[in-house]
Design a protein around this ligand. Structure first.
Ligand SMILES: Cc1cc2nc3c(=O)[nH]c(=O)nc-3n(C[C@H](O)[C@H](O)[C@H](O)COP(=O)(O)OP(=O)(O)OC[C@H]3O[C@@H](n4cnc5c(N)ncnc54)[C@H](O)[C@@H]3O)c2cc1C
Length: 425
Protein backbone atom coordinates (compact mmCIF):
# COMPACT_ATOMS: atom_id res chain seq x y z
CA UNK A 1 0.00 0.00 0.00
CA UNK A 2 0.96 3.66 -0.34
CA UNK A 3 3.60 5.13 1.90
CA UNK A 4 2.35 7.77 4.26
CA UNK A 5 3.86 10.81 2.52
CA UNK A 6 1.34 13.06 0.79
CA UNK A 7 1.38 13.31 -3.03
CA UNK A 8 3.14 16.50 -4.22
CA UNK A 9 0.20 17.31 -6.46
CA UNK A 10 -1.82 18.03 -3.31
CA UNK A 11 0.73 20.49 -1.84
CA UNK A 12 -1.48 23.41 -2.88
CA UNK A 13 -4.29 22.15 -0.67
CA UNK A 14 -2.48 20.65 2.32
CA UNK A 15 -0.96 22.58 5.20
CA UNK A 16 1.68 21.00 7.47
CA UNK A 17 -1.17 20.21 9.90
CA UNK A 18 -3.06 18.39 7.16
CA UNK A 19 0.07 16.42 6.36
CA UNK A 20 0.46 15.47 10.02
CA UNK A 21 -3.17 14.34 10.12
CA UNK A 22 -2.60 12.30 6.93
CA UNK A 23 0.29 10.44 8.60
CA UNK A 24 -1.68 10.01 11.79
CA UNK A 25 -4.68 8.44 10.08
CA UNK A 26 -2.45 6.21 7.94
CA UNK A 27 -0.76 4.86 11.06
CA UNK A 28 -4.13 4.40 12.79
CA UNK A 29 -5.62 2.59 9.79
CA UNK A 30 -2.64 0.26 9.60
CA UNK A 31 -2.55 -0.55 13.30
CA UNK A 32 -6.20 -0.50 14.30
CA UNK A 33 -8.31 -1.08 11.19
CA UNK A 34 -6.29 -3.37 8.91
CA UNK A 35 -6.32 -6.25 11.44
CA UNK A 36 -10.15 -6.01 11.58
CA UNK A 37 -10.89 -6.06 7.86
CA UNK A 38 -11.37 -9.81 7.54
CA UNK A 39 -13.66 -9.88 10.57
CA UNK A 40 -15.72 -6.97 9.20
CA UNK A 41 -16.13 -8.78 5.87
CA UNK A 42 -17.51 -11.92 7.46
CA UNK A 43 -19.23 -10.83 10.69
CA UNK A 44 -23.01 -11.11 10.97
CA UNK A 45 -23.21 -7.91 12.98
CA UNK A 46 -21.78 -4.38 12.89
CA UNK A 47 -18.66 -4.24 15.05
CA UNK A 48 -19.18 -1.15 17.23
CA UNK A 49 -15.53 -1.26 18.19
CA UNK A 50 -14.59 0.48 14.93
CA UNK A 51 -16.82 3.46 15.76
CA UNK A 52 -15.40 3.52 19.28
CA UNK A 53 -11.83 3.60 17.98
CA UNK A 54 -12.68 6.46 15.61
CA UNK A 55 -14.45 8.27 18.46
CA UNK A 56 -11.44 7.92 20.73
CA UNK A 57 -9.45 9.95 18.20
CA UNK A 58 -12.09 12.72 18.23
CA UNK A 59 -12.66 12.31 14.50
CA UNK A 60 -16.47 12.50 14.65
CA UNK A 61 -15.84 16.10 15.65
CA UNK A 62 -13.57 16.99 12.73
CA UNK A 63 -15.79 19.85 11.49
CA UNK A 64 -17.39 20.74 14.84
CA UNK A 65 -16.24 24.07 16.28
CA UNK A 66 -13.88 23.92 19.24
CA UNK A 67 -16.47 25.81 21.28
CA UNK A 68 -18.52 22.57 21.22
CA UNK A 69 -15.56 20.28 21.85
CA UNK A 70 -14.76 19.53 18.20
CA UNK A 71 -11.51 19.62 16.20
CA UNK A 72 -12.65 22.55 14.03
CA UNK A 73 -10.30 21.26 11.36
CA UNK A 74 -12.44 21.80 8.23
CA UNK A 75 -13.37 19.92 5.09
CA UNK A 76 -9.92 19.13 3.71
CA UNK A 77 -9.14 17.50 7.07
CA UNK A 78 -12.44 15.57 6.94
CA UNK A 79 -11.55 14.36 3.45
CA UNK A 80 -8.12 13.20 4.59
CA UNK A 81 -9.69 11.13 7.36
CA UNK A 82 -12.21 9.42 5.08
CA UNK A 83 -9.87 9.01 2.09
CA UNK A 84 -7.02 7.48 4.07
CA UNK A 85 -9.30 5.16 6.06
CA UNK A 86 -10.94 4.00 2.81
CA UNK A 87 -7.55 3.03 1.43
CA UNK A 88 -7.47 0.31 4.10
CA UNK A 89 -11.20 -0.24 4.74
CA UNK A 90 -13.98 1.58 2.92
CA UNK A 91 -16.43 0.15 5.46
CA UNK A 92 -14.56 1.82 8.34
CA UNK A 93 -14.45 5.06 6.32
CA UNK A 94 -18.20 4.72 5.70
CA UNK A 95 -18.89 4.36 9.43
CA UNK A 96 -17.14 7.70 9.96
CA UNK A 97 -18.57 9.55 6.97
CA UNK A 98 -22.21 8.48 7.54
CA UNK A 99 -22.25 10.02 11.00
CA UNK A 100 -20.46 13.17 9.81
CA UNK A 101 -23.22 14.05 7.29
CA UNK A 102 -25.85 14.92 9.93
CA UNK A 103 -23.29 17.15 11.67
CA UNK A 104 -23.99 19.56 8.80
CA UNK A 105 -27.70 19.55 9.68
CA UNK A 106 -27.01 20.36 13.34
CA UNK A 107 -24.44 23.04 12.55
CA UNK A 108 -26.51 24.82 9.92
CA UNK A 109 -30.05 24.36 11.28
CA UNK A 110 -29.75 23.60 15.02
CA UNK A 111 -30.76 26.15 17.63
CA UNK A 112 -28.02 27.31 19.98
CA UNK A 113 -29.60 25.08 22.63
CA UNK A 114 -29.57 22.00 20.36
CA UNK A 115 -25.98 22.64 19.32
CA UNK A 116 -24.82 23.14 22.91
CA UNK A 117 -26.70 20.05 24.11
CA UNK A 118 -25.72 17.68 21.32
CA UNK A 119 -22.49 18.65 19.59
CA UNK A 120 -20.10 17.93 22.51
CA UNK A 121 -21.42 14.33 22.62
CA UNK A 122 -21.15 14.03 18.85
CA UNK A 123 -17.58 15.36 18.96
CA UNK A 124 -16.44 12.89 21.62
CA UNK A 125 -18.24 10.03 19.88
CA UNK A 126 -20.70 9.27 22.68
CA UNK A 127 -23.61 10.34 20.44
CA UNK A 128 -23.40 8.67 17.04
CA UNK A 129 -25.63 10.31 14.43
CA UNK A 130 -27.44 9.09 11.34
CA UNK A 131 -29.44 10.97 8.71
CA UNK A 132 -32.61 9.22 7.54
CA UNK A 133 -34.11 10.58 4.33
CA UNK A 134 -34.35 7.71 1.82
CA UNK A 135 -37.41 5.43 1.76
CA UNK A 136 -37.96 2.04 0.14
CA UNK A 137 -40.08 3.39 -2.74
CA UNK A 138 -39.05 7.02 -3.07
CA UNK A 139 -35.28 6.59 -3.58
CA UNK A 140 -33.61 9.81 -4.68
CA UNK A 141 -36.97 11.60 -5.17
CA UNK A 142 -37.23 13.31 -1.78
CA UNK A 143 -40.60 14.84 -2.61
CA UNK A 144 -42.09 11.35 -2.93
CA UNK A 145 -41.53 10.41 0.72
CA UNK A 146 -44.45 9.05 2.72
CA UNK A 147 -43.00 9.01 6.25
CA UNK A 148 -45.13 11.61 7.99
CA UNK A 149 -45.30 13.48 11.29
CA UNK A 150 -48.65 14.80 12.52
CA UNK A 151 -49.10 17.39 15.24
CA UNK A 152 -51.61 16.15 17.84
CA UNK A 153 -51.77 19.41 19.78
CA UNK A 154 -48.96 18.45 22.19
CA UNK A 155 -46.42 16.45 20.19
CA UNK A 156 -45.46 15.29 16.71
CA UNK A 157 -46.38 11.67 15.93
CA UNK A 158 -43.91 10.16 13.45
CA UNK A 159 -44.77 7.11 11.35
CA UNK A 160 -43.03 5.53 8.37
CA UNK A 161 -40.06 3.53 7.15
CA UNK A 162 -36.63 4.67 6.00
CA UNK A 163 -34.21 2.57 3.94
CA UNK A 164 -30.43 2.29 3.36
CA UNK A 165 -29.61 4.51 6.35
CA UNK A 166 -25.89 4.68 7.12
CA UNK A 167 -25.10 3.44 10.67
CA UNK A 168 -28.77 2.53 11.13
CA UNK A 169 -27.96 -0.21 13.66
CA UNK A 170 -25.45 1.69 15.78
CA UNK A 171 -26.58 5.34 15.68
CA UNK A 172 -27.84 6.84 18.94
CA UNK A 173 -29.66 9.76 17.35
CA UNK A 174 -31.31 9.98 13.93
CA UNK A 175 -31.99 13.16 11.95
CA UNK A 176 -35.24 12.08 10.29
CA UNK A 177 -36.91 14.01 7.47
CA UNK A 178 -40.68 13.52 7.27
CA UNK A 179 -43.75 15.01 5.60
CA UNK A 180 -45.58 17.53 7.80
CA UNK A 181 -47.90 19.24 5.30
CA UNK A 182 -50.96 18.05 3.40
CA UNK A 183 -50.66 16.61 -0.14
CA UNK A 184 -50.27 19.30 -2.77
CA UNK A 185 -47.86 21.42 -0.66
CA UNK A 186 -44.60 22.27 -2.48
CA UNK A 187 -41.79 19.92 -1.37
CA UNK A 188 -39.71 22.93 -0.35
CA UNK A 189 -42.33 23.59 2.36
CA UNK A 190 -43.83 20.14 2.98
CA UNK A 191 -41.04 18.42 4.91
CA UNK A 192 -39.54 18.85 8.37
CA UNK A 193 -36.45 17.41 10.06
CA UNK A 194 -36.66 15.83 13.52
CA UNK A 195 -34.12 14.65 16.08
CA UNK A 196 -35.13 11.11 17.04
CA UNK A 197 -33.31 9.06 19.66
CA UNK A 198 -32.80 5.41 18.69
CA UNK A 199 -34.09 4.58 22.19
CA UNK A 200 -37.51 6.19 21.71
CA UNK A 201 -40.51 3.92 21.89
CA UNK A 202 -41.59 2.95 18.36
CA UNK A 203 -38.12 3.22 16.74
CA UNK A 204 -36.72 -0.05 15.38
CA UNK A 205 -33.65 -0.67 13.24
CA UNK A 206 -33.65 -3.65 10.89
CA UNK A 207 -31.11 -6.36 11.62
CA UNK A 208 -27.76 -6.10 9.85
CA UNK A 209 -27.39 -8.23 6.75
CA UNK A 210 -24.18 -7.77 4.82
CA UNK A 211 -24.57 -6.06 1.43
CA UNK A 212 -22.70 -6.52 -1.86
CA UNK A 213 -20.04 -4.08 -0.64
CA UNK A 214 -18.96 -2.18 2.48
CA UNK A 215 -19.41 -5.27 4.63
CA UNK A 216 -19.17 -4.39 8.28
CA UNK A 217 -20.89 -1.04 7.68
CA UNK A 218 -24.65 -1.15 8.20
CA UNK A 219 -26.92 0.81 5.87
CA UNK A 220 -30.32 -0.61 6.64
CA UNK A 221 -33.94 0.20 7.33
CA UNK A 222 -35.40 2.05 10.31
CA UNK A 223 -39.08 1.87 11.25
CA UNK A 224 -40.97 4.62 13.09
CA UNK A 225 -44.24 3.44 14.60
CA UNK A 226 -46.19 6.36 16.09
CA UNK A 227 -43.06 7.82 17.65
CA UNK A 228 -43.94 10.75 19.93
CA UNK A 229 -41.68 13.79 19.61
CA UNK A 230 -41.86 17.03 21.60
CA UNK A 231 -41.68 20.29 19.59
CA UNK A 232 -38.08 20.91 20.70
CA UNK A 233 -37.06 17.87 18.62
CA UNK A 234 -37.75 19.78 15.39
CA UNK A 235 -34.44 20.60 13.67
CA UNK A 236 -34.63 23.87 11.77
CA UNK A 237 -38.10 25.24 11.18
CA UNK A 238 -41.23 23.29 10.37
CA UNK A 239 -41.22 23.08 6.55
CA UNK A 240 -37.41 23.30 6.19
CA UNK A 241 -36.84 19.54 5.86
CA UNK A 242 -35.88 19.65 2.18
CA UNK A 243 -33.26 22.30 2.90
CA UNK A 244 -31.85 20.20 5.78
CA UNK A 245 -31.66 17.08 3.59
CA UNK A 246 -30.28 18.76 0.48
CA UNK A 247 -27.67 20.92 2.16
CA UNK A 248 -26.34 18.02 4.26
CA UNK A 249 -26.14 15.81 1.20
CA UNK A 250 -24.48 18.41 -1.02
CA UNK A 251 -22.04 19.93 1.46
CA UNK A 252 -21.09 16.82 3.44
CA UNK A 253 -22.53 13.72 1.71
CA UNK A 254 -21.00 14.31 -1.72
CA UNK A 255 -17.46 15.11 -0.58
CA UNK A 256 -17.61 12.25 1.94
CA UNK A 257 -18.55 9.69 -0.71
CA UNK A 258 -15.96 11.22 -3.05
CA UNK A 259 -13.31 10.59 -0.39
CA UNK A 260 -14.44 6.97 0.04
CA UNK A 261 -14.18 6.37 -3.68
CA UNK A 262 -10.75 8.06 -3.82
CA UNK A 263 -9.38 5.71 -1.13
CA UNK A 264 -10.74 2.71 -3.04
CA UNK A 265 -9.33 4.03 -6.31
CA UNK A 266 -5.89 4.30 -4.77
CA UNK A 267 -6.17 0.84 -3.22
CA UNK A 268 -7.04 -0.65 -6.63
CA UNK A 269 -3.95 0.87 -8.25
CA UNK A 270 -1.67 -0.09 -5.34
CA UNK A 271 -2.87 -3.70 -5.35
CA UNK A 272 -2.48 -3.96 -9.12
CA UNK A 273 1.02 -2.49 -9.35
CA UNK A 274 2.15 -4.90 -6.63
CA UNK A 275 0.51 -7.82 -8.36
CA UNK A 276 1.85 -7.26 -11.86
CA UNK A 277 5.27 -6.40 -10.52
CA UNK A 278 5.50 -9.75 -8.78
CA UNK A 279 3.79 -12.06 -11.22
CA UNK A 280 6.36 -13.95 -13.32
CA UNK A 281 5.99 -13.72 -17.10
CA UNK A 282 8.56 -14.78 -19.73
CA UNK A 283 11.98 -13.65 -18.47
CA UNK A 284 10.52 -11.00 -16.16
CA UNK A 285 7.17 -10.03 -14.68
CA UNK A 286 3.78 -8.95 -16.00
CA UNK A 287 4.78 -5.32 -15.38
CA UNK A 288 7.32 -5.61 -18.22
CA UNK A 289 4.56 -6.21 -20.76
CA UNK A 290 3.80 -3.04 -22.76
CA UNK A 291 0.03 -3.46 -22.85
CA UNK A 292 -0.07 -3.98 -19.08
CA UNK A 293 1.96 -0.78 -18.59
CA UNK A 294 -0.43 1.09 -20.86
CA UNK A 295 -3.34 0.07 -18.62
CA UNK A 296 -1.41 0.98 -15.46
CA UNK A 297 -0.69 4.39 -16.96
CA UNK A 298 -4.38 4.97 -17.66
CA UNK A 299 -5.24 3.92 -14.11
CA UNK A 300 -2.64 6.31 -12.69
CA UNK A 301 -3.91 9.19 -14.85
CA UNK A 302 -7.45 8.67 -13.58
CA UNK A 303 -6.25 8.54 -9.98
CA UNK A 304 -4.23 11.78 -10.35
CA UNK A 305 -7.27 13.53 -11.81
CA UNK A 306 -9.64 12.23 -9.12
CA UNK A 307 -7.23 13.31 -6.37
CA UNK A 308 -6.98 16.85 -7.64
CA UNK A 309 -10.73 17.19 -8.20
CA UNK A 310 -11.49 15.81 -4.73
CA UNK A 311 -9.13 18.06 -2.78
CA UNK A 312 -9.77 21.09 -4.97
CA UNK A 313 -13.51 20.90 -4.25
CA UNK A 314 -13.15 20.61 -0.46
CA UNK A 315 -10.46 23.29 -0.43
CA UNK A 316 -13.06 25.56 -2.04
CA UNK A 317 -15.50 24.62 0.76
CA UNK A 318 -12.88 25.55 3.33
CA UNK A 319 -12.48 28.92 1.60
CA UNK A 320 -16.22 29.57 1.67
CA UNK A 321 -16.29 29.70 -2.14
CA UNK A 322 -19.23 28.78 -4.41
CA UNK A 323 -18.40 25.14 -5.18
CA UNK A 324 -21.63 23.10 -5.39
CA UNK A 325 -20.79 22.12 -8.97
CA UNK A 326 -17.20 21.21 -8.09
CA UNK A 327 -18.49 18.93 -5.32
CA UNK A 328 -20.85 17.28 -7.80
CA UNK A 329 -18.15 16.89 -10.44
CA UNK A 330 -15.69 15.40 -7.97
CA UNK A 331 -18.29 12.87 -6.82
CA UNK A 332 -19.59 11.80 -10.19
CA UNK A 333 -16.21 11.77 -11.95
CA UNK A 334 -14.45 10.25 -8.95
CA UNK A 335 -16.89 7.34 -8.81
CA UNK A 336 -16.76 6.65 -12.55
CA UNK A 337 -12.99 6.89 -12.71
CA UNK A 338 -12.59 4.62 -9.69
CA UNK A 339 -14.91 2.00 -11.18
CA UNK A 340 -12.99 2.09 -14.48
CA UNK A 341 -9.77 1.56 -12.54
CA UNK A 342 -11.46 -1.19 -10.52
CA UNK A 343 -12.34 -3.02 -13.71
CA UNK A 344 -8.74 -2.74 -14.93
CA UNK A 345 -7.56 -3.98 -11.53
CA UNK A 346 -9.85 -7.01 -11.68
CA UNK A 347 -8.84 -7.87 -15.23
CA UNK A 348 -5.13 -7.47 -14.55
CA UNK A 349 -5.50 -9.88 -11.62
CA UNK A 350 -7.02 -12.42 -14.02
CA UNK A 351 -8.63 -15.45 -12.38
CA UNK A 352 -6.85 -14.67 -9.10
CA UNK A 353 -8.97 -11.52 -8.80
CA UNK A 354 -12.10 -13.61 -8.53
CA UNK A 355 -11.33 -15.01 -5.09
CA UNK A 356 -14.19 -13.49 -3.07
CA UNK A 357 -12.05 -13.24 0.06
CA UNK A 358 -9.30 -11.39 -1.83
CA UNK A 359 -8.49 -7.71 -1.41
CA UNK A 360 -9.00 -6.66 -5.01
CA UNK A 361 -12.48 -8.17 -5.21
CA UNK A 362 -13.43 -6.44 -1.93
CA UNK A 363 -12.19 -3.12 -3.31
CA UNK A 364 -14.11 -3.67 -6.57
CA UNK A 365 -17.34 -4.56 -4.71
CA UNK A 366 -16.97 -1.60 -2.36
CA UNK A 367 -16.54 0.76 -5.33
CA UNK A 368 -20.05 0.01 -6.53
CA UNK A 369 -21.49 1.47 -3.33
CA UNK A 370 -20.46 5.09 -3.95
CA UNK A 371 -22.74 5.49 -6.98
CA UNK A 372 -26.15 5.76 -5.25
CA UNK A 373 -25.67 7.79 -2.05
CA UNK A 374 -25.71 11.61 -1.99
CA UNK A 375 -27.02 11.77 -5.56
CA UNK A 376 -26.72 9.11 -8.27
CA UNK A 377 -24.70 9.81 -11.42
CA UNK A 378 -27.78 10.80 -13.43
CA UNK A 379 -29.02 13.17 -10.75
CA UNK A 380 -25.58 14.82 -10.50
CA UNK A 381 -25.32 15.27 -14.25
CA UNK A 382 -28.83 16.78 -14.34
CA UNK A 383 -27.65 19.43 -11.85
CA UNK A 384 -24.52 20.17 -13.89
CA UNK A 385 -26.63 20.45 -17.04
CA UNK A 386 -28.92 22.95 -15.28
CA UNK A 387 -25.92 25.15 -14.50
CA UNK A 388 -24.59 24.80 -18.03
CA UNK A 389 -27.96 25.79 -19.50
CA UNK A 390 -28.36 28.73 -17.14
CA UNK A 391 -25.03 30.08 -18.29
CA UNK A 392 -26.44 30.27 -21.81
CA UNK A 393 -29.89 31.57 -20.87
CA UNK A 394 -29.58 34.75 -18.84
CA UNK A 395 -32.16 34.77 -16.04
CA UNK A 396 -32.77 36.99 -13.00
CA UNK A 397 -29.97 37.09 -10.44
CA UNK A 398 -30.17 34.41 -7.70
CA UNK A 399 -31.20 37.08 -5.14
CA UNK A 400 -34.61 37.11 -6.85
CA UNK A 401 -34.89 33.35 -6.49
CA UNK A 402 -33.29 32.31 -3.18
CA UNK A 403 -33.52 28.57 -3.87
CA UNK A 404 -31.08 29.05 -6.77
CA UNK A 405 -28.29 30.26 -4.47
CA UNK A 406 -25.80 27.38 -4.07
CA UNK A 407 -25.61 25.82 -0.60
CA UNK A 408 -21.88 26.49 -0.42
CA UNK A 409 -22.70 30.21 -0.77
CA UNK A 410 -25.64 30.20 1.65
CA UNK A 411 -23.56 28.61 4.41
CA UNK A 412 -20.20 30.09 3.43
CA UNK A 413 -19.71 31.64 6.86
CA UNK A 414 -20.13 28.29 8.61
CA UNK A 415 -18.06 26.42 6.05
CA UNK A 416 -15.09 28.74 5.74
CA UNK A 417 -12.05 27.26 7.37
CA UNK A 418 -8.87 28.70 5.94
CA UNK A 419 -6.75 29.02 9.02
CA UNK A 420 -6.96 25.79 11.02
CA UNK A 421 -6.03 26.03 14.66
CA UNK A 422 -2.48 24.63 15.21
CA UNK A 423 -3.70 22.48 18.08
CA UNK A 424 -6.57 21.01 16.07
CA UNK A 425 -4.79 17.92 14.82
C1 LIG B 1 -23.75 2.92 0.98
C2 LIG B 1 -25.01 3.72 1.04
C3 LIG B 1 -25.23 4.57 2.10
C4 LIG B 1 -26.41 5.31 2.18
N1 LIG B 1 -26.62 6.12 3.26
C5 LIG B 1 -27.79 6.81 3.37
C6 LIG B 1 -28.05 7.58 4.53
O1 LIG B 1 -27.24 7.66 5.47
N2 LIG B 1 -29.24 8.24 4.61
C7 LIG B 1 -30.16 8.18 3.60
O2 LIG B 1 -31.21 8.81 3.73
N3 LIG B 1 -29.94 7.44 2.48
C8 LIG B 1 -28.78 6.75 2.35
N4 LIG B 1 -28.53 5.99 1.23
C9 LIG B 1 -29.53 5.91 0.19
C10 LIG B 1 -29.19 6.81 -1.00
O3 LIG B 1 -29.35 8.16 -0.65
C11 LIG B 1 -30.09 6.38 -2.15
O4 LIG B 1 -29.57 5.16 -2.61
C12 LIG B 1 -30.17 7.42 -3.26
O5 LIG B 1 -30.92 8.51 -2.83
C13 LIG B 1 -30.81 6.87 -4.54
O6 LIG B 1 -31.99 6.19 -4.25
P1 LIG B 1 -32.21 4.70 -4.81
O7 LIG B 1 -30.97 3.93 -4.52
O8 LIG B 1 -33.48 4.18 -4.26
O9 LIG B 1 -32.31 4.86 -6.38
P2 LIG B 1 -33.49 5.50 -7.26
O10 LIG B 1 -33.71 6.92 -6.86
O11 LIG B 1 -34.67 4.60 -7.24
O12 LIG B 1 -32.82 5.49 -8.69
C14 LIG B 1 -32.65 4.29 -9.46
C15 LIG B 1 -32.00 4.65 -10.79
O13 LIG B 1 -32.85 5.57 -11.50
C16 LIG B 1 -32.14 6.76 -11.81
N5 LIG B 1 -32.99 7.95 -11.62
C17 LIG B 1 -33.78 8.21 -10.56
N6 LIG B 1 -34.40 9.40 -10.74
C18 LIG B 1 -33.97 9.89 -11.90
C19 LIG B 1 -34.25 11.08 -12.63
N7 LIG B 1 -35.08 12.00 -12.18
N8 LIG B 1 -33.61 11.27 -13.82
C20 LIG B 1 -32.76 10.34 -14.29
N9 LIG B 1 -32.47 9.17 -13.66
C21 LIG B 1 -33.07 8.96 -12.49
C22 LIG B 1 -31.00 6.81 -10.78
O14 LIG B 1 -29.92 7.61 -11.22
C23 LIG B 1 -30.64 5.35 -10.63
O15 LIG B 1 -29.81 4.95 -11.67
C24 LIG B 1 -27.36 5.22 1.14
C25 LIG B 1 -27.12 4.37 0.05
C26 LIG B 1 -25.97 3.61 0.00
C27 LIG B 1 -25.74 2.71 -1.16
Amino acid sequence: MSASSTPRVLDTFLTPRHQALWEDVDAFADEEIRPRVTHMETARYVDRKVARLLAARGWFGVTIPKAYGGMQAGHVAKTILIHRLALVSAAAAAILQASLIPVAALLHFGTERQRADLLPGVADGSVLLSIAVTEPDQGGHIGGMTTAAEWDGKAWILTGTKAHIGNSQIADLHVVVARTAPPGTRTSEALTAFLVSGERRGVSAARYVGAFGLRGFGFGGIGFDRVRLPPENVLGEVGQGLAVAQSSSILYGRPNLTAVSLGLHEAALDLTTQYVDNRPRYQGTLSDVGVVRDRLGAMAARLHTARVLTYHAVDMLDHGTDCDDQLITAKTFGHEAAVDTGRDAMELHGANGLDTSGEVSRVFRDMQTTYAPAGTGEVQRLRLAQTALREHRPRPAPEDEPERIPWSVRFADHLRHVDPDPTAV
